[in-house]
Design a protein around this ligand. Sequence first.
Ligand code: APR
Length: 231
Amino acid sequence: MKRIVILTGAGISAESGVKTFRGSNGLWNNYRIEEVASPIAWERDPKLVLEFYNQRRKQLFEVNPNAGHKALVKLEKKFNVKIITQNVDDLHERAGSENILHLHGELKKARSTVDSGLVYELKDWPLNIGDKCEQGSQLRPHIVWFGEAVPAIMDAIQIVKRADIFIVIGTSMVVYPAAGLINYVSDETPKYLIDPNAEEVSGIRNLTIIRKKAGEGVPELVEELLGLGKL
Ligand code: APR
């Protein structure tokens, strides 16, 4: 089976009602990264950080996967599909996708502050001061904050290197190391970028830009690829 590797960002969840980070109505217009999404923010005011992620987690229990997420599931019929997502929501999982690698963590998980290997599923949205891991440390959101390492990046690089088709959906490609993954895809590999505001990407060969919203552009591309199915 041919390998399709898909890199997604906040744009694929926009039509589900989840805010993107940048752009006119982006989350970072209303919050300061250094106050809610960095180790310094956690040191300075963990209650504020927990509240920020509690609100996002609360919303996640209220939204659903959209046509973009759902269309990707169809590809699994004919292709070996791997999704590498920068998103911390669980909308790919809830749409039914099988192979998902979260680069920046998961909103519905918390982890220990003394042992990052201790990760816990959150069945409900509140995570508060006083919620402890089995070693008695305060739990923190299982999110990769700015200034922190991205533990899954080496796995992601190996995955994109082996792609027969590479699809990028709904990311501004400004946050590294995720934005650099496209540079590991071979020149011969057909690449697609789906984003209504996409700019030209210099130095990338075999790239087709689809300036559409994910809810429209992804189902169309999926139908096309399924039609080609043999490649
Ligand atoms: N369909 C497809 N793309 C869309 C849609 C849509 N309906 N709506 C917006 N977009 C595009 C925007 O044009 C933009 O290029 O999605 C992109 C979203 O970009 P960002 O808000 O920068 O989100 P992302 O690239 O995922 O951010 C990367 O930055 O804040 C950190 O850790 C956070 O994972 C995040 C990382």
